[in-house]
Design a protein around this ligand. Structure first.
Ligand code: HXC
Length: 516
């Protein structure tokens, strides 16, 4: 073969690999409102930056006529490129090739880029669209999956890992995304479950659709498996790119800081009046967040799951932070099982990747009741405590109103190594609400009073006047300062600046035993 022929061969093979399972299957993919693996990568990465690996790799299976069915690349596109100029490793399962099913060689390709990502300290983004284990291969496929799972775990806390689900993701295949830091799905066009509707019907006799069983809406609101239900594949990719912009490349780096034009001393008069006169009236904590962060830009995670707790990323003077906030506008901002799990996981993620956490507190306590107790609110609530206690990142707390009982302790209190703890003048830091306290302390005496209701109301007011304020905590030093609400942005930015070089450690150990 002369040089020209050699080059022609390369061009021909490349073109063949680019076509994956062929034009007919590509058309089918498009007709379902789905992009191909390569189109997704092109949309994700900076133009022209994708470098593909293993384009010519094929499977080694000889059974079930597979020696006749070899497609270059074997159903997964892998490589690296950049997003906003930062190195990213990526794999995209190609449904047009044997349904994106995972073979031994398919897994080797994914493992190769995961290993490189670890060596070079860069995030891995997985674009999933697969019929699961390649049925013709059997055990080799299971071995391949498990090789990936192992790498997911070894990479956890070292490099960010993000999974986008763009089609089917079923059976044991769900566990690779589940081991990554963030999962997002596309509404009405992607699903995740261990067993499909037919198996469910035969085992539990339930009639359920694919969407009900494992669709994006369900996983983003009920199970909490998914962090975002995208409206389209393009929306999902927009989400991934924005998410990445807040994160460092690996656990040895600080999160990226960008130039900020929003004035550091910008005050917000709205914050002086946002707390209602009536203690039991709700307000929207998202307003507090939006008023204080740079350009009112808050990137919320798990918005539809446990909305009584808000988590997400934002910037203060260009510095990337995680935000955790009770939401009085939903279930009075109470902590329960789901919100504790949501908050704990988010705080731990931020701690892995050196992202400071700002905590806004307005919490009446943990949710009482049999549903919560039977569900293990003790064990699950403890996750939140554990996460804040072990976190060594900068931790800044602002108590806007209620901080009652165990929930006060949990929400990044001074006692859990909160670095800088502020309260607004409207804050009430107490063992419980005044009404409950009066009932516990005075119900016996009330029974003997002429007017029990009035007696209890007076005692409630007495308790309220005595303890429902931030000054007792401030006297003890549990609160560093009581701040003017309108200046909250400025105070947080100043606090973050002082904590820029914070170093804190935990005792040497193999690992802790978080109450899972
Ligand atoms: C090999 C597969 C395949 C698989 C699909 N294909 N899944 N080939 N192994 N797992 C092939 C089909 O034969 C078909 O080939 C092409 O991909 C497209 O599939 P269709 O069925 O035509 O597509 P669609 O109608 O969209 O249905 C998609 C699907 C369905 C719902 C995913 O294909 C399906 O149910 N697949 C099997 C899912 C499954 O049971 N997987 C194993 C799970 S167990 P042609 O040539 O006709 O185009 C598992 C264990 C993992 O994954 C454990 C890890 C620890």
């Amino acid at each position: 073969m002369n040089t020209k022929e050699q080059l022609d061969k390369l061009i021909k093979l490349r073109a063949e690999a680019q076509l994956g399972g062929g034009q007919k299957r590509i058309d089918k993919q498009h007709s379902m409102g789905r992009m191909t693996a390569r189109e997704r990568i092109d949309m994700l990465l900076d133009p022209g930056t994708f470098e593909e690996f293993d384009m010519f790799k094929t499977h080694r299976c000889r059974d079930f006529g597979m020696d006749e069915t070899k497609i270059l690349g074997d159903g997964v596109v892998t490589g690296y490129g950049t997003i906003d100029g930062r190195l990213i490793y990526v794999f995209a399962q190609d449904f047009t090739v044997l349904g994106g099913s995972l073979s031994e060689t398919f897994a080797e390709k994914i493992c190769k880029i995961m290993d490189l990502a670890m060596k070079n300290g860069a995030p891995v983004i997985g674009l999933n669209d697969s019929g699961g284990a390649r049925i013709q291969e059997g055990i080799e496929s299971l071995a391949g999956y498990t090789d990936i799972f192992l790498r997911n775990v070894m990479s956890s806390g070292v490099i960010p890992q993000i999974s986008a689900i763009f089609g089917p993701c079923a059976g044991g295949a769900v566990y690779s995304p589940a081991l990554t830091d963030f999962i997002l799905m596309v509404q009405n066009n992607s699903y995740m479950f261990l067993t499909g509707p037919k198996v469910v019907k035969s085992v539990t006799h339930e009639d359920v659709t694919v969407e009900q069983l494992g669709g994006a809406a369900m996983h983003s609101s009920r199970s909490g498996v998914s962090d975002y239900a995208a409206t389209s594949e393009a929306d999902a990719i927009r989400f991934v790119k924005k998410l990445i912009s807040f994160l460092p490349q690996n656990n040895m780096e600080s999160p990226p800081s960008i130039p900020c034009e929003d004035p550091v001393i910008r005050s917000s008069d709205l914050l002086n009046t946002i707390i209602p006169e009536n203690l039991n009236e709700a307000y929207d904590m998202k307003q507090v967040i939006l008023q204080t962060v740079d350009n009112g830009d808050f990137f919320e995670i798990k918005e539809a799951f446990a909305p009584n707790l808000i988590v997400g990323f934002a910037r203060y003077n260009g510095m990337s932070v995680g935000i955790v906030a009770n939401q009085p506008a939903n279930l009075s901002g109470v902590l329960d099982i789901d919100s504790s799990i949501k908050g704990a996981r988010f705080v731990r993620f931020c701690d892995c990747f050196n992202i400071p956490v700002i905590t806004f507190v307005d919490v009446p306590g943990f949710l009482p009741g049999t549903a919560q107790e039977y569900g293990g609110v003790i064990r699950n609530g403890a996750k939140m405590l554990y996460a804040y206690a072990e976190a060594t990142i900068p931790k800044i707390t602002v108590i806007t109103r209620k901080a009652y009982g165990g929930a006060y302790c949990v929400m990044s209190s001074k006692h859990l190594r909160g670095d800088i703890n502020y309260a607004w003048p409207s804050a009430q830091i107490a063992v419980m609400g005044s009404k409950g306290a009066a009932e516990v302390l005075y119900s016996r005496q009330a029974g003997k009073a002429e007017n029990p209701a009035q007696f209890l109301a007076e005692k409630e007011q007495e308790y309220h006047d005595a303890v429902a304020n931030p000054y007792i905590a401030a006297q003890r030093g549990y609160i560093d300062d009581i701040i003017h609400p309108s200046t909250t942005r400025f105070r947080i930015i100043k606090a973050l600046k002082t904590l820029e070089n914070k170093r804190d450690t935990n005792p040497m150990k193999k690992h802790g035993n978080i109450p899972l």
